[in-house]
Design a protein around this ligand. Sequence first.
Ligand code: TYD
Length: 700
Amino acid sequence: MRDASFGRPLSGPVDELQAVQVDQMHDLRSVLQVRDFRRLYSALALSSLGDWLGLLATTALAAALSKSSSAQLYAISGVLLVRLVPALVFGPFAGAFADRFDRRWTMIVSDLVRGGLFVGIVLAQRLDVLIVATFLIETFSLFWIPAKEASVPNLLAPEQLETANQLSLIVTYGSAVPAAALFALLSSLNRALASGIGFFHSNPVDLALYFDAATFFVAAMTVFGLTKISGRSPRANRSASDQPVSLLGSIRVGWVYVWRNKLVRGLVVGILGAFAAGGVVIALSRPYVELLSAGNAAYGLLFGDVFLGLAIGFTVGPRLLADISRRRLFGMCIVGAGACVAIVAVVPNLSLALVFVFVATAFAGVAWVTGYTLLQQEVPNELRGRTFGFVQSMIQVILFLTLAAGPALAGAIGKHRIRLGNGAYVRADGITVVLFVAGLGALAVGVSSFRRMDDRLGVSIVRELLAACHIAAPPPPAPAGFFVAFEGGEGAGKSTQIRLLESALAAAGWDDVVLTHEPGSTTPGSTLRSLLLDPATVLSPRAEALVYAADRAEHVHRVLRPRLAEGAIVLCDRYVDSSLAYQGAGREIPLDALRRVQRLATQGLQPDLTILLDLAPEIGLGRVGANRDRMEAQPLAFHRAVRDGFVALAHRERGRYLVVDATQSPERVAAEVAAEVTRRLERVAGSRHVRRADAAPVLA
Ligand code: TYD
């Protein structure tokens, strides 16, 4: 039966899960196949290992170089403190530096200097040198990071950035574990060597520090081989009117950009809000564990829980939620994390706390990857260094402030309980209150980011979430503009009607109307079109379907999405339903397979309205005449099946279709079409960016 597959579900959940796993492996492989990214990634892995090892070794050395135990504590906190100060002082310069100067050399020099400083620490064996060197090391790291973040998008395609960020975050934080093991190993080795070789006597962490220096030298060499990442933009040193700008001027330009761009501001505020809440949680975790009458073991568990949650968030989160708009996902995850922190504040026992801490950190992990990816995708190359420099230094400042203020505030509030009538009570101590407020604060920031960044106005979140879990069909993404597709068999009059609608919309004052068609609206598409319509071409049905899909993928990517994102009203002659009718109903390719191909090609982009000009094929083909292309030349039975296919599709999704009887006069068809289109446009005008020049009378 030809129509058997009409109306079947898209695909089973198991299929989808497997597809997700396959996609993930494929994405990982495709990102790591880019030679330059692979090199940059190994440099990052080495530098991260060096950073962690350096943290352990320098704090251990600080303790070893101090005489009394209280001096030891001061020395350790001194070393930790000087790690935070550079962000306050040099943060903004570091970002501007990455935009103005060669990013490759910025990274190489930072690595070489950091390596050299570690050698200096070992040679000097003095606390003052250690503190000054730590300060400098941190300062150079500050220059390294924005240079690296700004370089990644120059090596990869935009759709590869999410995977690249997952990999980067995993190696940045995951390297803490091997660093700790390595530190233990190197310390024991040092002790063993010290018993025989005088050189190693002075200090048990020397070997770790030398090793650390070596990781930076090797990283510098690795970056040296990456000629493609220089990425410096000549425009970063010039103003809009092409005047040279000073370093301070370019820092200001970066800040103004972050502030003025709605999306970037939403992202930055979200990232900083999440880190502020994270800082409070870290600062209060120890007293919180005590509050729940649990001890050191519980503290350890909580710590492991945080890492596990983040790791799951970084790795599987973005994939599991692959179908949700990234801009929405970011805000949603911060809301989720904030809500969980607020719950953690009030839960009565450790097991519940562990569950919610895990969920909160998993949400935070997803928000982190998504936020960084969106920033890399949205911010133009010449501003990227400054944006990342700004975010990076603000994160450090905020962490520093919350780490200091959290416990102080909790202490000032003190310990209270509110008694309820029946002997029960509610905790109202400082820790609970501060954690709760931090959670609510993050939640509010998440909501505000979501509002600022929402790119699917009018699509309900619940529907999107259900679709992401494959419980419901994916909701039509609602880009800024308005998308109308015209469908129908041969000779139905689509091109005439599209032109008439364009004039009608212009007369009614609607701005920015775009006319386009399939197949053949892009450069590669026009080659595909000639192939598809040439009567001499012989193609199997599946190959034909894939060639139409290839044309569509290019059209969506190059024309439809960008124009819709700009708020255009797009009128498209044929779209997905042509494939479902011609290749599905006509060529009898199962619809669910075809739909999957369409999803790949369109990434879920659906028309807001599809207008079906319905006509018996006998009449339509009569209008076409004798000079027929490959598709028009198909037998009548094929064209009848196509018409039935269109009608079945329209029947299934009545809300999205307008079916018009195309035997009427062109003027009557046009009036019907214009009335429906303007009615729908009026309805969405408040929530989309479609523009109307003046208040000319509404049509029809
Ligand atoms: P075109 O000259 O654009 O025809 P029309 O003016 O009728 O739109 O040729 C497009 C032909 O390709 C048409 O016969 C329909 C067919 N087609 C498919 O079979 N599948 C598709 O996905 C699309 C877009 C078109």
